[in-house]
Design a protein around this ligand. Structure first.
Ligand code: PLP
Length: 442
């Protein structure tokens, strides 16, 4: 028999996928139907030759775009040299990767602990904070996602925590969210002040001597790209210092160019004690994550054993991908590109859409990290129902755009290499779909 090609191959791939692959976060009778055969920069295609502009960066991780030749070559060259080696060895590529990450961080950072992804980065950062302080509890936010392992999912605030909540020691608070203030605030200053008061009172009531860490996404990502008001993170830092609590910033989604800066916290007048990262560090070409450790905490393990490790910590293929990714991002000014496209194209286009479209309740973001919040009515702010969000997703997809949809929001999160022309083209598709929906009879 002849091997299928084109649309027949897409159908065959879907059939065998559905027969044998168990998918994340899904009821297995309702699986995705998107076949990807290949990609380049910001474009994906299937076997039939249909092409899509990617406004999702997959799970907001492909910051450098698909198949950057320099990173692909680095992985191949490392594969020829040494494909795997234990974390208990010293390896040139691993040391180089650690140095390059540290170079982008404040001087207070000294060491990198490598993990396989973002969840285990948070898992190990929490463990470090607990060992360092001798305390147990972790304060994090309801509007957050920190990963799908023991402490990381318990620290997560969104619905995914609830069916997975087996470990104690986690406390959640509300963070600032001006559009849907939990604090009846009427200005960013009020929101900031009251969110800080709520955090500090929670800490006092939980017993500050029991709290090891405050763990925050610098900018909550999947929860809605909620950029904190000026002063909030500096205020959190002051509270952490007041009570001897370790401040962990989760930069898994916001780090490595996404916000138009190397790290989101670069723009927020705060220096954390631990930074967790993954995704953009090598755009997921080979799975990797890690914890950047400040000297103060790293030194605590000079003579004391850190009771944690992973077989693939600092895997050479992942490390080679990190080295090449960070070099390329600097040489090609990819972080600067993300900042520019955000400022000149995405920000203005979304502001106009918010003004003109009755369904757009709020738009917010920075760099290539934005959210459009859709509502039934701007007065009530009632979220657009799931059925309409599903229709929007289908419409965007059928017009050649891969969207990132979360609850009642479209996140505008293309790769950091997106050009102004591509960004405008994608935003026009989004505007067309939303304008047609707004004008359709109810
Ligand atoms: N932290 C944040 C902020 C994330 O967005 C994610 C993933 O989406 C994670 C942690 C978990 O990362 P991973 O899926 O690589 O374990």
């Amino acid at each position: 028999s002849v091997a299928p090609t084109g649309a027949a191959l897409d159908a065959a791939v879907l059939e065998s996928d559905h027969a044998s692959v168990f998918h994340s976060w899904s009821a297995q009778a309702h699986l995705p139907s998107f076949v990807v055969a290949g990609g380049e920069r910001c474009t994906l295609w299937d076997h039939a030759g249909n092409r899509w502009l990617d406004f999702s960066s997959q799970l907001v991780n492909v910051n450098i775009g698909y198949q950057h030749p320099r990173v692909v070559t680095a992985i191949k060259e490392q594969a020829d040299l040494l494909t795997t080696i234990s974390p208990a060895t010293a390896n040139a590529t691993r040391a180089k990767a650690a140095k390059k990450i540290l170079r982008q961080l404040p001087d207070s950072f000294q060491k990198i602990f490598f993990t396989n992804a973002g969840a285990d980065a948070n898992e190990n950062a929490i463990r470090m904070a607990r060992l360092f302080t001798g305390r147990d509890k972790v304060v994090s936010r309801y509007r957050s996602y920190h990963g799908n392992t023991g402490a990381a999912i318990a620290a997560t605030g969104d619905w995914r925590r609830i069916p997975n909540e087996y470990s104690r020691g986690h406390v959640h608070v509300f963070g600032p969210y001006e559009y849907r203030s939990e604090f009846w605030a009427e200005s960013p200053e009020q929101e900031c002040e009251r969110a800080l008061q709520h955090l500090e009172r929670t800490i006092q009531c939980e017993g500050p001597e029991s709290i090891a860490a405050i763990l925050l996404e610098t900018i909550p990502g999947t929860a809605g790209v909620i950029v904190p008001p000026p002063g909030y993170l500096a205020g959190v830092r002051a509270i952490a210092d007041r009570y001897g609590i370790v401040l962990i910033l989760d930069e898994v989604m916001s780090g490595f160019g996404r916000t138009g800066s190397w790290f989101a916290f670069d723009d927020h007048d705060v220096i954390p004690d631990l930074v967790t990262f993954a995704k953009g560090v090598n755009s997921g070409y080979v799975p990797a994550g890690g914890v950047a450790i400040s000297a103060r905490i790293a030194r605590a393990f000079d003579e004391r054993v850190f009771p944690g490790g992973l077989t693939y910590s600092g895997h050479p293929l992942a490390m080679a991908a990190i080295v090449a990714t960070l070099d390329t991002m600097r040489d090609e000014r990819i972080v600067e590109n993300a900042a520019l496209v955000g400022k000149q194209v995405i920000g203005p286009a979304l502001a106009e859409l918010a003004e003109s479209n009755r369904l757009v309740g709020d738009v917010r973001g920075t760099g290539v990290f934005w959210a459009i919040e859709l509502v039934e009515d701007k007065g009530s702010k009632a979220p657009l129902p799931a059925a309409q969000m599903a229709e929007i997703k289908q419409q965007l997809f059928s017009r050649g755009l891969v969207p990132f949809i979360s609850d009642n929001r479209i996140h505008i999160v293309p790769p950091c290499v997106v050009s102004a022309v591509e960004a405008s083209a994608g935003l026009s598709i989004v505007a067309d779909v939303l304008n047609e929906l707004a004008e359709a009879p109810a």
